[in-house]
Each structure stands twice: as C-alpha cells, then as structure tokens.
Write a protein that binds this ligand. Structure first.
Ligand SMILES: Cc1cc2nc3c(=O)[nH]c(=O)nc-3n(C[C@H](O)[C@H](O)[C@H](O)COP(=O)(O)OP(=O)(O)OC[C@H]3O[C@@H](n4cnc5c(N)ncnc54)[C@H](O)[C@@H]3O)c2cc1C
Length: 481
C-alpha cells in the first residue's frame, strides 16, 4: 500500500499511532469515546509536536494548556508541519497535541499530551460543535502531495489531558515508536516501487552491447540490464529490499512477542530487541530508500528526470522519510546515546548474542560458509565499533555524536546480513526438498551472495569512520565554514 501511494497511507498510519497512544495511556472513558471510531476509520488521528521554532528540541515548545473548572483544558498555540491535519476524508479528526501547563517546568519535563477533537463529541458519541482548532495554511512541499501538511492553529480549543501531567513525551513516544517503524516502511516501499519501475525499464531499453558479446543479436543493441553498472544499481536495491523486508517482518514479530509472548522474559527480550532496532529501521531504511530511489532514477538516464516516467516522484516522496519522525541524525543519536546504554547495554548484548549464536551454529556448514564468514566479519566490526564507543564516548560526548551515523549503518548492515544468512539457509533447505520453486530459491541465493560480497563489507568503512572519532569533525571553527 505504501509503495502504491505513500502520501495517502499516512492518513491511516497516523490514525494507527493515535490508536496506539490512546490504548497505552488513555482513561477507560477516552478509550470508549475515541477508539471504536478510530479503529473503524470513520475518524482519523494526527500528532502535533512541531512548532515553527522547535522541531528536534521539543523542550522549547510554547503551546499552552490552561486548566478549566470542568477538568478540560484550553489549548492555545500554533503547530506547523502537521500531517493529515485537516481534510474531509473522515467525520472527525482527533489531534494528539503536546502542550505545557502554566505550573509545569518550561522544559522537556513540563510537556503534557492532550486529545483535541476537530468536532466536539456529544455524550452519546455523536458529533457536536466545531472546536476552535483550524488549519491556518497548507505547506507547499517537495513531495507527498497526496497528504495535507498543515499549520494548525489552536485558539483556546477544548482539550483533554491524556496520561499524566508532564509525562506527555512518554505518551507521545508510544505514537512515535509506532510511527518510526511506519516511516521505516516508507523508505522500504519507495525503494521497492522505484526498483520495480527501473527493472521494467532496464529490461526494455536498448543501448550498447554487453561486454561479453551481444545478448540480443536480432536488434542493434542489448537491453541495458546486461551492463554491470546498471545491475549494480538494481542489485543494491533488490538485495536491500528483500533483506529489509525480512527484517521488517522479524521486527513485527518482536512487536507481537513484546505484547503477547507467554513469559515475562520473552516479552522483555522482544521489547529490548525492537527498541534497539527501531532507530535502525527508521534511519537505515529511509536513507537506503532514498539512495535506491535515486539509483532507480539513474537507471532511466534522462528519462528518470522527466516527470511522466514517475521516478522523480519516488525520489521526492522518499526524501521526507529521512527527515520527519526525528531526522535520521537524531535516530542515530537515539541508538548510540540511549538504546546502547539502556539497562547496562542489555539489548545490544542480546542482539549480538543472537547473531553470534547463529554464526556458531552454521559455521561448519560448507554451503553456508560464503554467507556466514562475511557476517562474522561484519559482526566483528560491530563489536569493535561498540568497544570504541565504550572507551571513547563517555569521556568525550562529541565522539558519540560523531560516531552515531556510521554506527547506525554498521548495525543496519549486520541486521540485514543476519536476515540474508537465514534466507540462504531456508533456500538450501527448500532446494534439497526438491521444490517446485527451484528458480525462486536459486535466485534468493544469488541475491544473498551479492549482499554478502558487495554490500555487507561496507561495515569496514563505517567502523573506520566510527574509530576516526570527532577530532577532525570538530576542529574547524564555526566561522570558517
Ligand atoms: C512533510 C512533513 C510532515 C511532517 N509531519 C509532522 C507531523 O505530523 N507532526 C509533527 O509534529 N511534526 C511533523 N513534521 C515535523 C518534523 O518531524 C520535523 O521537521 C523534524 O523532526 C525536524 O525538526 P526541524 O524541522 O525543526 O529541524 P531542526 O530540529 O531545526 O533540525 C535541523 C537539523 O539539525 C539537526 N539537529 C538538530 N538538533 C540536533 C542535535 N541535538 N544533534 C544533532 N543534530 C541535530 C537535525 O538532525 C537537522 O538535520 C513534519 C515535517 C514535514 C516536512
């Protein structure tokens, strides 16, 4: 669905986030009032964090919430960049809004979360009067034109506190974590759809001859898919798409296990794993999504730059996924600054233990060697990067900041490498059982080989960047840029 229309699916995605937040921290009355309509899709949801002077640094936000005698709040302020902020696709829009109360600290610790419906809801659940929240204007954007990105003005609008006072960020994080995984899927989806278009073109477009002799002797030229450089661009996308799709499903399984596994231990482990990998799925998938979309555009040559071919739209749409829901730089800081240290590094230990156990289990297998050895080497880069951080980031936090993005890449490459090793194992097993889908599994193995030989070794470069530290990044005076 996201590949088919990324902008439009945001209406659903944000509603899903609102459902998650209300389920997690709403009162029973709030759940009864809002959840059935949101789940049914007759109402939709939004998340309102950003203001003109504050995006990443939400502690600066100025929207106010004045308590009223009847237990409600009057919300006043202006939010910008609010996705799905105003439209008539649904009967009501439930805005989840971050604001500060007068007696709260003027910092990130003083933020509370409020439900502000576009239309008031009558006690019997029917739609009432219009609330004093309105769309001031629509943002003119580079892409995702199918989603209304709005300036939302709150003029003493009636709001209801959801969760505890000053604990708004905790509540909003329920929504943001769901949204981050959703944005990761946007990166994957744009990579996938642009790849599909580029493959069709590359099989059809005749230019030049194959370096190893004509493959299409009946014509004056071969299809461009014969050229190694075109294949490089296509295989980079294909190997990412299939590996990332496996990782996304593995992540979805962890989300389910975190909620539903039988024992507290299993729930905890799954929660640790998905918490660790959420910034990676968001940051790595969307960086790669954009890179693969531009490479797909490149496969079309000049036609990729021309609107009617559609590739430029995927590039424009993919670009935003690297920015919103916390920029990818902020995802990397979340990984290095928060997720690594949490509970004494338990999540990373568990994750590396999983990959390491898999390597040990399959190391002796002759057929698996070409997948397991590169994975072992990449895991070694992750171990070295982590040790370097432990030794150098605590004494100098700039080292953590400098290393964060390359570190996120190391984790992303290893995580997808771990998926490809498992896909290879499954393919070998299926092939020995003499399946009807022989071609399918052999192609999986070919793609797995490409990932192992051409993509996974990038961990070396990123580990080298981690170990280079912050010195050469920070020496240049700000005025000298
Ligand atoms: C189309 C679109 C839709 C959006 N939808 C929503 C929505 O529905 N709801 C909502 O609330 N917001 C939404 N946003 C806002 C979006 O989440 C923010 O734009 C984003 O979080 C970045 O904030 P900013 O634009 O203020 O950039 P800034 O915070 O000013 O950041 C600018 C640059 O500085 C970097 N930076 C900032 N602080 C740090 C730091 N401490 N360390 C390292 N680097 C740093 C950032 O990574 C970035 O590269 C949307 C934005 C767009 C463009």
């Amino acid at each position: 669905m996201i590949s088919a229309n990324m902008a439009f699916t945001m209406y659903l995605g944000l509603t899903q986030g609102a459902i998650a937040a209300i389920t997690a921290v709403g009162s029973q009355a709030q759940k009864d009032t809002y959840l059935p309509k949101l789940v049914k899709g007759t109402w939709s949801g939004t998340m309102n964090l950003t203001e003109s002077h504050c995006g990443t640094d939400l502690g600066l936000l100025r929207t106010r919430a004045e308590p009223q005698a009847d237990g409600t709040y009057k919300i006043s302020g202006s939010k910008i960049f609010i996705s799905s902020g105003e439209h008539d696709l649904t009967d009501n829009i439930i805005h989840l809004v971050l604001a500060k109360m007068p007696d709260s600290p003027d910092s990130i610790r003083g933020i509370s979360l409020f439900i502000v419906p576009k239309f008031m809801v009558n006690p019997d659940g029917t739609i009432g009067d219009r609330n004093t929240v309105s769309c001031g204007s629509l943002e003119e954007k580079m892409g995702i034109h199918g989603n209304a990105t709005c300036v939302m003005n709150y003029d003493g609008a009636t709001g209801y506190l959801i969760g505890e006072q000053n604990k708004g960020m905790r509540a909003m994080f329920v929504m943001m974590n769901a949204a981050r995984l959703g944005v990761g899927m946007q990166g994957l989806s744009q990579s996938e759809v642009s790849y599909q278009n580029a493959v069709t073109y590359a099989q059809d477009r005749l230019q030049g001859r194959s370096l190893s002799g004509p493959k299409n002797a009946a014509e004056k030229a071969d299809p461009i898919i014969v050229h190694p450089d075109v294949r490089r661009m296509l295989l980079n996308a294909k190997a990412f798409n299939e590996g990332a799709r496996a990782l996304a499903l593995w992540g979805a399984l962890q989300v389910d296990l975190a909620h539903k596994a039988d024992s507290e231990d299993e729930r905890q482990t799954a929660d640790d794993l998905i918490g660790l990998l959420t910034p990676v799925i968001k940051g790595f998938f969307t960086d790669k999504g954009y890179e693969n979309a531009t490479n797909a555009q490149q496969c079309l040559g000049g036609h990729g730059y021309i609107r009617e071919w559609g590739l430029e739209q995927f590039v424009r749409d993919a670009r935003i996924a690297m920015i919103y829901e916390g920029t990818n730089g902020i995802q990397a800081l979340d990984l290095v600054g928060r997720k690594l240290a949490l509970n004494g590094g338990r999540a990373l230990r568990t994750y590396m233990g999983l990959v390491s156990a898999y390597i040990t289990e399959h190391k002796q297998s002759e057929e698996m060697r070409e997948f397991v050895e590169p994975l072992e080497s990449a895991l070694g880069d992750l171990q070295k990067s982590t040790s370097w951080l432990m030794q150098n980031a605590l004494t100098n936090p700039e080292n953590a900041g400098a290393a964060s993005m390359p570190y996120l890449y190391v984790v992303g490459l290893v995580a997808i490498g771990y998926m490809w090793a498992q896909i290879a194992r499954t393919s070998f097993d299926a092939l020995t059982k003499d399946p009807q889908d022989k071609e399918f599994y052999e192609n999986k193995l070919r793609t797995a080989r490409y990932y192992s030989s051409h993509m996974l070794p990038e961990t070396v470069v990123h580990r080298t960047r981690v170990e280079a530290g912050s010195k050469n990044l920070m020496e240049l005076d700000a005025a000298a840029f």
